[in-house]
Design a protein around this ligand. Structure first.
Ligand code: AMP
Length: 282
């Protein structure tokens, strides 16, 4: 296995990718904020089925953090991340610094209306603008054939699919399944913020979603099911629930009674210093 190439400059990334292009290779992109875990690595494996060369990116994007969020304390572990990617056979790692991504005078925002307003958009009003702006830049820098985003951040995946379609960016966006710990907790860099006691409570998030699905399938009242779910989370020890909603899977509109077509349940809740999110198909 050849050594992973770590690149910090946009031009170096373009040069490396253009060499692969000249050799007839297709390129898959895996954007991340680093502090990698098995969930990220699963994305690098899934995209390998769609591309010859895998390029991961690592950038803690200041524009997608709101005031009072954890931008400053977000774990930065480049060496550990590079080793994990190398072991997974990833060819390229692009890890620019903030000045390379946002040079002085940077003044453009990519913003998606509608689908980014609900769920995480309510409590994190700048978040999706930051995500869309940085992902647009990464796609234009690498010009991959395909890029993958985890279903753990389902709303993010849908928002990205929307602007890629709206702006005619020539890339295929695919989703990657949520990788979980044995007890059902979705893997996340933010799980590191949990104390031992909080870590024992955290799997209740997924368990509650599973119970909600069972109740919905058995025909129970939507609003009652949601109220019971919120009560269960607070009783388990969650400090605050940002949202627990049943949505139309296609446009993420909130639904309060059965509809035709696929539905998904979404949750975001605070536990100690961590804000945890999860979702499940009904
Ligand atoms: P992040 O570094 O948290 O921005 O995540 C980078 C990418 O990995 C995003 O597309 C996430 O949706 C995805 N991801 C994060 N956690 C998981 C997980 N547990 N399983 C699968 N994908 C994940």
């Amino acid at each position: 296995m050849s050594e992973i190439k770590i690149l910090h400059k946009i031009q170096d990334l373009r040069d490396a990718i253009s060499l692969y292009r000249k050799a007839g290779k297709t390129i898959g992109l895996v954007p991340t904020m680093g502090n990698l875990h098995a969930g990220h690595i699963s994305l690098t494996k899934s995209i390998r089925e769609h591309a010859d060369i895998v390029c991961a990116t690592l950038f803690v994007n200041p524009k997608q953090f709101g005031k009072g969020e954890d931008f400053g304390s977000y774990p930065r572990t480049l060496e550990h991340d590079a080793k994990m990617l190398q072991d997974a056979g990833v060819e390229l790692l692009f890890a620019p610094n903030v000045d390379e991504m946002y040079p002085s005078g940077f003044s453009t925002t990519v913003s998606v209306k509608g689908i980014s307003n609900g769920l995480c958009g309510v409590d994190r009003p700048v978040h999706f603008d930051g995500v869309c702006t940085v992902v647009t830049k990464l796609l234009l820098q690498a010009m991959p054939d395909v890029a993958i985003f985890g279903e753990k951040d389902y709303q993010q995946l849908m928002v990205i699919k929307r602007f890629v379609r709206d702006l005619d960016i020539p890339v295929e966006i695919i989703g990657g399944a949520i990788l979980r710990e044995e007890d059902g907790l979705a893997m996340s860099s933010r799980n590191n913020y949990l104390s031992l006691e909080e870590r024992a409570v955290a799997p209740m998030l997924q368990r509650t979603l599973q119970q909600i699905v069972v109740q919905l399938r058995s025909g129970q009242d939507y609003q009652k099911v949601i109220k019971n779910g919120k009560d269960a989370l607070l009783e388990a020890g969650f400090d605050q629930i940002d949202y627990l909603e049943i949505c139309d899977e296609a446009d993420l509109s909130y639904i309060y009674a059965p509809i035709e077509g696929p539905q998904r349940v979404f949750v975001a809740a605070h536990l100690g210093k961590a804000r945890l999110i999860d979702n499940i198909a009904v």
